[in-house]
Structures are given as C-alpha cells and as structure tokens.
Design a protein around this ligand. Structure first.
Ligand SMILES: [Fe+2]
Length: 238
C-alpha cells in the first residue's frame, strides 16, 4: 500500500514543478485563502525551494492535532480513504502532477495533498471534522445513500469549501487551494457560490473530473464543527 518517494532521476523535475506551482498558488491565494490555511502554511515552514519532507510534516501535524500523514502511491477509493480519516491519518500521494496538468489535476497529487490539505490539518476544527467524517462513513453500510452524502459533504468542505472572512469568501478546500484553474472558475462572477446549508450540501452531486458547478460558503468557521450534531439527525433519515 505504501511506496517510496520518486527516484533521484525525476527529483530535479519534481522540484521544479513544485517551485512553479508554489509560486503561482501563493500569488493567487493572496487575500483569497482562509486564515487557517495561511497560518498553517507559515507554521509548517513550507518553502518554494524544496518539496517538504513528509515525515517531518507528519510529526508537526501530530504534535498539533494528533494526525499523521500516510504516504501512498496513488489515490485511494473512498472506503479506504475514510478508513484512514477515522484513524486520524491522511494519505499523501507521493507523485507530483506532470507539466501538462499544471492548472488542474483531476486526481490528487503530491502538490494537492501537501500544499492543499496539510496546512489545514493544523486547524483543530477541520481536523476534528475530518475525523468525525471518517467515523461516520465507516459506520454506514457499503453502497448506502448515507455514504454518498458523506462523500458530498467531504467534497464541498475539505476539497472545495469557502468560508466568509471579513466580508469576503475565502478558500479553504484543498481542491481550490492547489488548482489555479479551479480558483479562476470558483471566483468567476457567473459561478454560483451558495451559503452553506448542510441538507443542501448532502444532496448535491460532486464532480471529480471537472470543475464544480457550485461552491458552498460557510458563514463562519465554527459552523464546520457545529454541523456535526445536525449531520447525525440527517443521516438517520437517509
Ligand atoms: Fe484532496
């Protein structure tokens, strides 16, 4: 299940891709990213000059929120993914996207996972929310509508979520933070950005291969954890 990091023959090209992506995303995210992301990125000491060491990042995240990073060779299917979340472990794909997929990588890659997800794992609210999602998913029957709903909730929060901050919608979903193409689509004046409503989110279809049709904006960061109690009632109905 677990693999080693890419060989030295590709290391130079991988470092270049990391540097270019890092520069572009940090420029795009200026005053667009949620405070939790900017704070997490700074605390982890991520730099444009070098791909971070996954083991060192994992140790820092563990000290702060009890989560560990699990290097993997390719993205997991949802069942295995949520199993890890239930154990407070987050999979990190060790392969970085190719040059031709700079703007949008349909599958998670090293940049998406390290740059997009890991800084947010330092936030206790998001970390606890993901843990709860993993436990809830595991408790539901395989193939059940409830699992589909939990997948949608994960998508429209941890992957493509926004939160209102100082009267501006700020990005905190990793699919947004790590993709220039998705950011431009999301902030376009013609793209619907709806106020987060749990019941609506649970029944909204997700797209893993193209940009989302709409996004959801949390009115306040605390609402992410506040919706956990409401979620239990809604899943019981499903
Ligand atoms: Fe992701």
């Amino acid at each position: 299940m677990f693999t080693k990091l890419p060989s030295a023959t590709t290391a130079g090209q991988d470092q270049l891709i990391w540097k270019v992506l890092f520069d572009r995303q940090t420029a795009l995210l200026h005053r667009r990213a949620a405070p939790a992301f900017s704070e997490g990125l700074a605390r982890l000491g991520m730099r444009r000059e070098a791909i971070p060491d996954i083991g060192e990042l994992s140790a820092t995240v563990f000290e702060n929120t009890g989560w560990a990073l699990a290097p993997v060779g390719r993205p997991f299917e949802p069942g295995a993914f949520f199993e890890l979340l239930a154990e407070r472990r987050f999979p990190v794909v060790t392969r970085i996207r190719p040059m031709h997929a700079f703007d949008f990588s349909p599958q998670p890659d090293l940049f998406h996972d390290l740059f997009g997800h890991v800084p947010m794992l330092l936030d206790k609210g998001l970390a606890d929310f993901l843990h709860m999602l993993g436990q809830a998913y595991r408790a539901q029957p395989v193939g059940s509508p409830a699992r589909e709903q939990l997948w949608a909730l994960y998508f429209f929060t941890a992957e493509f979520g926004l939160v209102q901050h100082e009267e501006q919608p700020r990005l905190y979903g990793a699919g947004l933070l790590s993709s220039a193409g998705e950011i431009h689509h999301c902030v376009n004046e013609n793209t619907p950005r709806l106020v987060f409503d749990l019941a609506t989110v649970l029944r909204t279809p997700v797209s893993g291969t193209r940009y989302q049709n709409q996004y959801f904006v949390l009115p306040a960061w605390e609402q992410l954890t506040d919706c956990v109690a409401e979620l239990a009632g809604l899943l019981a109905i499903a």
